[in-house]
Design a protein around this ligand. Structure first.
Ligand SMILES: Nc1ncnc2c1ncn2[C@@H]1O[C@H](COP(=O)(O)OP(=O)(O)OP(=O)(O)O)[C@@H](O)[C@H]1O
Ligand SMILES: O=P(O)(O)OC[C@H]1O[C@H](OP(=O)(O)OP(=O)(O)O)[C@H](O)[C@@H]1O
Length: 303
């Protein structure tokens, strides 16, 4: 047995995209969860220094299959990749991760005759998502029942150039800002799915109880990092008579903490608030008579 296989023995395997859009965010997440490792230049496997774990760096598109087949216990990838690999029954989406948000869309030349999905009957569609596109168009062909088949052609990359180059009549590709699509003179006529990065777990059982516990620990840590990003801690002082009005804006996850102040009739309130609702909550607090409103970013938390 080689040295690497020897050092992997008994370790839980966790797959991370080896490059591309999701890579940096995954590394940030691992650091927030205090999963320490050193990635050597030549290897796509890194042993963790502080857990009985090894990180396996794989193409995002391969991760669903590796996790689904149970070669790897945990992984991070896009929901689009899970659907394309058709392993929804073999993996569990444990946690949405709030990044890698995009849409898989059918796109056609902005100026041209193909403006509806129905116009694509019998045409050629270029895509890296041949499974999802194949399913979608064969269903349409079947529903029409006129014997005309729409052709789905696989392209590995630069899909957006396919129409200009005359390779295809339409494409199916990911869109976030829409910049790539517009630059290629395309527009979206239908959304096949929306996607974001998710933490996935294999439905196959791991080797032993220690690995099960480690999976729970990692999920709980990553959940904590996510919650810390989502919430801030909001503290303020208010006269008790205004408390009910103010609490409407800061109900907290479970309930706010209310402590008496030395000043008669005043209380201090501490409550978790969703970052995206913060400005509105602060406006409401001010209007309700709250003072000394302090907002504290969370480094990490368990909720
Ligand atoms: N423009 C985008 N905005 C947000 N998320 C995206 C975008 N493009 C892709 N993604 C998400 O990131 C995942 C990986 O995409 P990426 O293009 O990095 O992978 P890749 O094609 O395997 O990498 P590479 O193109 O470097 O080979 C996609 O499956 C999708 O979930
Ligand atoms: O709507 P936008 O914000 O312009 O993003 C969409 C682009 O992002 C993805 O490609 P990426 O840039 O990851 O490169 P790739 O084509 O090499 O995968 C996708 O394939 C689109 O080309």
């Amino acid at each position: 047995m080689d040295l690497l296989s020897e050092s992997l023995k008994g370790r839980l395997l966790f797959a991370i995209p080896k490059k591309g859009r999701l890579y940096e965010k995954c590394i940030e997440l691992l650091s927030g969860a205090d999963i320490q490792f050193t990635r050597s230049n030549r290897l796509d496997i890194a042993l963790s220094r502080n857990h009985n774990l090894a990180l396996v760096f794989l193409p995002a598109s391969d991760i669903p299959r590796f996790v689904g087949e149970g070669n790897v216990a945990l992984g991070i990838t896009g929901q689009d990749m899970i659907a394309e690999a058709a392993v929804e029954n073999l993996v569990t989406e444990v946690l949405p991760l709030g990044f890698g948000k995009c849409r898989l869309q059918i796109q056609t030349p902005e100026r041209g005759p193909l403006q509806k999905v129905e116009d694509l009957a019998g045409k050629t569609i270029a895509t890296s998502f041949e499974v999802l596109s194949g399913k979608f168009f064969s269903k349409l062909d079947e529903q029409r029942g006129d014997g005309v088949s729409t052709k789905v052609e696989y392209l590995d990359g630069s899909v957006e150039a396919a129409c200009t180059l005359g390779v295809a009549d339409a494409i199916v590709d990911l869109v976030e800002s829409g910049e790539t699509m517009r630059a290629a003179g395309l527009h979206a006529i239908h959304t096949l799915m929306t996607s974001e990065a998710v933490l996935i777990q294999s439905n196959k059982k791991v080797q032993n109880e220690d690995q099960e516990l480690l999976i729970k620990k990692i999920i709980s840590r990553i959940r904590g990092v996510m919650a810390a990003k989502k919430y801030v801690l909001c503290n303020y002082n208010i006269e008790r008579k205004h408390l009910d009005a103010a609490i409407k804006y800061t109900p907290g996850r479970r309930a706010p903490t209310v402590s008496p102040l030395e000043n008669e009739g005043w209380v201090a309130v501490s409550s978790m608030v969703e970052r995206k609702q913060l400005a509105e909550s602060m406006d409401g607090l001010e209007n309700s008579g709250a003072h000394d409103i302090l907002v504290i970013a969370l480094d990490n938390c368990r909720v």
